[in-house]
Write a protein that binds this ligand. Structure first.
Ligand code: GYE
Ligand code: ZN
Length: 327
């Protein structure tokens, strides 16, 4: 039974490969790698956070496991660099291009170039705004509005029925980035059920630990009473945690910290009681991405949106989950 099944898969795979090379139906931009391996050009945001490091690792490992020839570019957080990386992938004639857009806008020109070269594009992790049609095949990633909403709802529930105004500061991610915009939207929806909750300051920490620390240091000086920090990622929350400690206050008690990502360091802070709640954002997109790469390279239809589901953790749940976490 097992053997028959494997054989069928083997034949199906061979047929798909032949179809991809010879039918003329498959996208033609790609020169392909040596021995017919699919070539993927991936343009990464950078290495701003623990999430990003885990995401890069997942993509590299999964490409290798899938036998995909990966060309990896790191844009160091700069859109221009990401655009030139994509252009160079087009020139090299890769089979598929995937990227995680630094910001939401400004991609139309380069995506039209990819389209004209018949190279399919997959948005990974972050979405874009575009007026152009059919410039990407699919978008794989989390629902950032939902993540923000879960964080906001937790805060609203914590202070349900408590008297007096609750002052929240938000540490935003990279300005113009899809997760920064969406988590802000979702968080505001989440806290809207409790009129005592007030966002008294909201500033970007660029999704980095140092950014979160700097912003928090300034906010601790300028804002007399801060009850809650909503950090749009763990790294900024960890930076804020350091700033709070340096100011002689106790993170998790004097000032609560709610974050998004659930990376190892964030989960450790939560287990230690220095964070209060984390909404997960799973960075391990590699395996599913490689499936999609193979499908679009073969000219197959793929769903326009692939949502990656997330969990959420309080202290007890973090203590339980930590040992088994992969990132
Ligand atoms: O939450 C943050 C990273 O796009 C989901 O980018 C990603 C975000 C993630 O820098 O840590
Ligand atoms: Zn979005």
């Amino acid at each position: 039974m097992k053997r028959t099944f494997a054989a069928v898969i083997g034949i199906a795979a061979v047929t798909a490969a032949v179809a991809a090379c010879g039918s003329g139906k498959a996208p033609e931009g790609g020169g392909g790698g040596a021995g017919g391996a699919t070539t993927l050009g991936f343009a990464q945001v950078g290495a701003e956070s623990g999430w990003r490091t885990a995401n890069t690792q997942s993509i590299k490992t999964a490409a290798q496991a899938a036998g995909i020839d990966l060309k990896f570019a790191d844009a160091n957080g700069e859109q221009e660099k990401q655009i030139s990386a994509i252009r160079s992938f087009i020139q090299q004639g890769v089979d598929v291009i995937a990227f995680s857009p630094v910001v939401r806008t400004g991609w139309d020109a380069v995506l039209l170039e990819a389209k004209n070269s018949k190279i399919p594009v997959i948005l990974t992790d972050r979405a874009i705004d575009t007026q152009e049609k059919d410039v990407y095949k699919t978008f794989i990633g989390a629902d950032f509005v939902e993540e923000g909403k879960r964080a906001g709802t937790w805060v609203a529930d914590q202070y349900a029925g408590a008297p007096g105004q609750v002052n929240i500061v938000q540490l935003e991610g990279t300005t113009g980035a899809d997760p920064a915009i969406d988590r802000d939207t979702g968080f505001k929806q989440g806290i809207s059920s409790n009129p005592n909750l007030r966002i008294v300051a909201s500033q970007t920490g660029d999704f980095t630990r140092s950014g979160g620390k700097q912003v928090m240091e300034a906010l601790l000086k300028s804002t007399p009473k801060i009850d809650v920090v909503f950090a749009q990622n763990d790294d900024m929350g960890l930076g804020a945690m350091e700033a709070i400690e340096a100011a002689g206050k106790v993170p998790g008690k004097d000032i609560k910290i709610v974050a998004v990502d659930a990376t190892h360091d964030g989960m450790q802070a939560l287990a230690d009681g220095k964070f209060n709640y984390i909404v997960e954002c799973n960075p391990l997109l590699g395996p599913k991405l490689m499936d999609l790469v193979k499908q679009v390279a073969a000219g197959e239809q793929v769903p326009a949106r692939v949502v990656v589901p997330d969990e959420a953790f309080d202290q007890q749940q973090a203590i339980k989950a930590l040992p088994g976490r992969q990132y």
